[in-house]
Design a protein around this ligand. Structure first.
Ligand SMILES: [Zn+2]
Length: 289
C-alpha cells in the first residue's frame, strides 16, 4: 500500500503525527453547496478550497488538511442551494461559533498555526471568516489566517467570481471530472454569452491554483515561527481590513470596501502576505474607503 496523504480523515495516526511534526499547521477549507451554473458541480466552493489546501500542504511538505466545512453566510436563490444564514444581515449564530470551536480544538491538538480558506465569499462570509481568524489569533496567541482563496491571486487577474472564468478554470485544473463546460450552452444565465466557455481553461486554472498554493505554502511554513511582534503586526493588518469592510458596509454599501481593491493596491495582498509585509496590508486597508 502506497500512502501519501495530507488529509486528516484519511490518515492513520502515525501519518498524522509525522505530518504535524513536519509542520504543525492545519488547513480548514470552507464552502457550501450552491448553484454554480449548469456547467459546474454544486459543491464547487468547498471542493475548490479543499483541493487548494491539499496542494498547499503538499508544497509545504507538512501540515494537515481538515475535511471541508459546508455551510456559511448567504447563497443564491437558486435550486440545490443551502443557505444556512442570510447574506444581508449581521446575524451569525452558526458559522462564527463553529469556527471558534474548531480553532480551539486545533490549538488543543497542538497545531501552531491555522489557515482558514473560504471558497465561498459573499461580503458577510468574508467578514465573519477574517474577523474570527484575527480574534482567534489574539485569543490563542498563534497565527490564524482567514481569507478567500482569490485574495491570494488578485495580482494575476483573479478577482473572484461565481461560476465565471476564474472558478470554472480552477475546476478544470483541480477537479476536471466535476465540470462539463459544454453544458453551459443550456444555461440561460451563465451561457448568455460565450465569455465563460471561451475564457475558461485548465491552463488559466493552473496559473491561479499554483500561485495560490505557493503563497499559502510559503506562509504556512513561516507562521509557526513568527515572533510575537510579527503576530501582532499580522493581527493589526487583518483587523484593519475587517474595520474597512465593516465600516463600508454600514456607511455606504455591503461591497464598498471591495470596490477600490485594484486601484488602491490591495490586489497585492497575496504577495504582501507571503512576504510578511503586514505594514503594507495595513496601509492598503486604510485606503479602501
Ligand atoms: Zn463559488
Amino acid at each position: 500500500m502506497s500512502r501519501d496523504t495530507v488529509q486528516w480523515e484519511r490518515m492513520l495516526p502515525a501519518e498524522f503525527r509525522s505530518a504535524v511534526d513536519a509542520l504543525p499547521v492545519v488547513f480548514l477549507p470552507l464552502g457550501t453547496v450552491e448553484w454554480h451554473g449548469e456547467h459546474n458541480c454544486l459543491g464547487l466552493d468547498a471542493l475548490k478550497a479543499h483541493a487548494l489546501c491539499v496542494l498547499a500542504a503538499r508544497k509545504a511538505g507538512g501540515g494537515v488538511v481538515h475535511p471541508p466545512m459546508y455551510g456559511g453566510m448567504g447563497g443564491l436563490d437558486k435550486p440545490a442551494t443551502v443557505v444556512m444564514e442570510p447574506e444581508m444581515t449581521w446575524d451569525n449564530y452558526l458559522l462564527r461559533p463553529w469556527l471558534e470551536k474548531l480553532c480551539y480544538e486545533f490549538h488543543r491538538q497542538g497545531f501552531r498555526a491555522i489557515i482558514i480558506l473560504t471558497g465561498h465569499y459573499g461580503h458577510n462570509q468574508q467578514i465573519v471568516v477574517r474577523e474570527t481568524a484575527a480574534r482567534m489569533s489574539e485569543r490563542l496567541q498563534i497565527p490564524v489566517l482567514g481569507t478567500p482563496e482569490y485574495w491570494l491571486a488578485q495580482d494575476v487577474g483573479y478577482l473572484g467570481d461565481h461560476a465565471g472564468v476564474g472558478e470554472t478554470s480552477l475546476m478544470m485544473y483541480l477537479l476536471p471530472d466535476l465540470v462539463d463546460i459544454r453544458r453551459i450552452r443550456t444555461d440561460p444565465e451563465y451561457g448568455a454569452s460565450d465569455a465563460i466557455e471561451k475564457g475558461s481553461s485548465p491552463e488559466l486554472g493552473k496559473r491561479y491554483a499554483e500561485l495560490i498554493a505557493d503563497r499559502l505554502a510559503k506562509v504556512a511554513k513561516a507562521m509557526p515561527r513568527w515572533s510575537e511582534a510579527k503576530l501582532e503586526a499580522f493581527i493589526r493588518a487583518e483587523r484593519a481590513l475587517v474595520s474597512a469592510q465593516v465600516k463600508g458596509w454600514r456607511k455606504h454599501s455591503p461591497w464598498a470596501a471591495w470596490q477600490h481593491i485594484p486601484e488602491r493596491g490591495l490586489v497585492h495582498y497575496g504577495a504582501y502576505l507571503a512576504d510578511e509585509r503586514f505594514d503594507e496590508i495595513e496601509k492598503m486597508a486604510g485606503k479602501l474607503l
